[in-house]
Design a protein around this ligand. Structure first.
Ligand SMILES: Cc1ncc(COP(=O)(O)O)c(C=O)c1O
Length: 453
């Protein structure tokens, strides 16, 4: 379908427009969303819900949501250390299936734990400074539980505006006292804590951040956050989903690099990025806090435990992450990240944020972003597109995810194809002016973030 045949609604609108449908009939009132989505699908401009038709390695094949075949280099997997295809991990999975079958018997509060999950708790604990570990069936459920499990309706949550949905939903489920601060803005945190404490000396305050933000690839000053928490008697929660295991010395991510492993009161992590499986965990120091979560965080008590296969896979992945091989893989990953970012700059692409396995590449307007994403998949690269409301409006980006096993050829192929797809959509689309310059884009971003200060 060429540009002039595209239904204009496919190039505008966002998921946010359909978030609050009106009407009495719950299943009928969502039709306008479907109409908008389907227009995009028919035009090949719905880049979501792709399915792989081969293992999601550094190159793979996939089907788009409308059934078109996409084949090429894969930069849309979160298998950062390339452990999902590791022979030891596959063997661990096969052995667990042979010994235990594929099912956990129930919630961890009942008969859901296995010898694999108990060994995993012990191994994670010794890697995380002897914290007590509570396992969850997904990273999302761990994030939700880390807030919902501890916070009661009179307590306060002070949260980075860009905190992940699991943390935001956990807060909404627990209290209406949610105070957002501008992204990474420690002074904003301090102002909120001062205001809250001047009116409420009794109840708990939880400050919530991520150690590596997954859409911007940037990092908070965890020490500074710890200091303001101490000054106002608040607790600090850090979600390390994206850097735990794959970055920093011993794979301890920014918590380790900032020597803040003991400085967070609550750590949550996900296994789905580096540890080759669904699942997540919460780490806390006191045994009492861990035991409390087991019976008062809904997604632990009322959801089936990690399956034996998942627990065995994560256990083996952790063994690799903490070995010399893990260090080698992290080094290779960081080499790829730095190389890719440098290559991008040489052709005028704009990688955002700090070096991490997530390389957000600025595009700008949503219409251009959708056309570029379609073109990119046609010419042989699999990359996720992120647009408003996941990121600010007019600030769409490719979210490139790098793996340790990507080769130099994979990196240069991606850069070549991405530059090509973005070049085509600036020159060929009559309705789309050139994107804002990098500096304008940064100004736009900071004004959006400042508005939440
Ligand atoms: C910061 C953060 N926390 C939690 C999660 C949820 O983890 P999972 O996808 O393993 O459920 C994600 C997922 O991408 C994330 O980015």
């Amino acid at each position: 379908m060429n540009y002039n045949e595209i239904e204009s609604s496919s190039l505008s609108g966002s998921l946010k427009d359909y978030r609050n449908p009106l009407g009495k009939n719950l299943t009928n009132r969502v039709q306008p969303f479907f109409d908008w989505q389907n227009n995009r699908r028919i035009s090949g401009l719905w880049p979501y819900a792709k399915s792989t038709t081969s293992a999601p390695l550094t190159a793979c094949t996939a089907l788009s949501d409308s059934g078109d075949l996409i084949a090429g280099v894969n930069f849309a997997s979160q298998d950062y250390l390339s452990l999902a295809s590791h022979s030891d991990i596959k063997e661990a999975a096969v052995a667990a299936v042979r010994d235990f079958g594929v099912h956990s018997a129930g919630s961890a509060a009942l008969l859901g734990n296995t010898r694999y999950s108990l060994s995993l708790e012990r191994a994670l604990s010794s890697h995380l400074d002897d914290c007590q570990i509570v396992l969850y069936p997904t990273g999302w459920s761990a994030g939700f539980a880390s807030v919902q499990g501890f916070i009661r309706s009179d307590d306060h949550v002070v949260m980075d505006v860009l905190a992940h949905s699991c943390l935001q939903e956990g807060a909404r489920a627990a209290t209406s006292n949610i105070h957002y601060y501008g992204h990474l803005n420690v002074q904003g945190v301090e102002r909120r804590l001062r205001r809250i404490r001047s009116n409420d000396a009794k109840n708990a305050i939880l400050v919530v951040t991520e150690s590596l933000f997954s859409m911007h690839s940037d990092v908070p000053d965890l020490r500074a956050l710890r200091s303001v928490c101490d000054a106002y008697d608040a607790n600090l929660l850090v979600d390390c989903a994206h850097d735990f295991g794959c970055m920093g010395r011993d794979g301890l991510g920014h918590l380790g690099d900032q020597q803040m492993l003991g400085g967070a009161d609550i750590i949550i992590g996900s296994f789905s990025k580096t540890f080759a499986s669904n699942g997540g965990f919460i780490a806390v120091k006191p045994r009492s806090a861990a035991e409390y979560l087991k019976y008062y965080s809904a997604t632990q008590t009322f959801s089936n435990a990690l399956s034996p296969v998942q627990a065995a896979v994560v256990l083996k992945a952790l063994e690799i992450v903490t070995s010399d091989e893990g260090a080698r893989r992290r080094k290779q990953l960081m080499r790829n990240i730095l190389r890719l970012r440098a290559m991008m700059c040489t052709v005028g692409l704009e990688p955002l944020g700090d070096p991490s396995p997530i390389v957000p590449v600025y595009i700008g307007r949503e219409d251009r972003a959708r056309l570029s994403a379609r073109r990119l998949s046609e010419i042989g690269a699999i990359v996720n597109l992120v647009e408003y409301p996941a990121v600010p409006r007019g600030d769409a980006r490719f979210r490139v995810q790098v793996m340790a096993d990507h080769t130099e050829d994979d990196l240069s192929r991606l850069v070549e194809l991405m530059a090509h797809s973005l070049g085509e959509t600036t020159t060929k689309s009559p309705r789309i002016p050139m994107v804002a310059s990098a500096r304008t884009a940064k100004r736009q971003r900071s004004s959006i973030e400042a508005s939440a200060v």
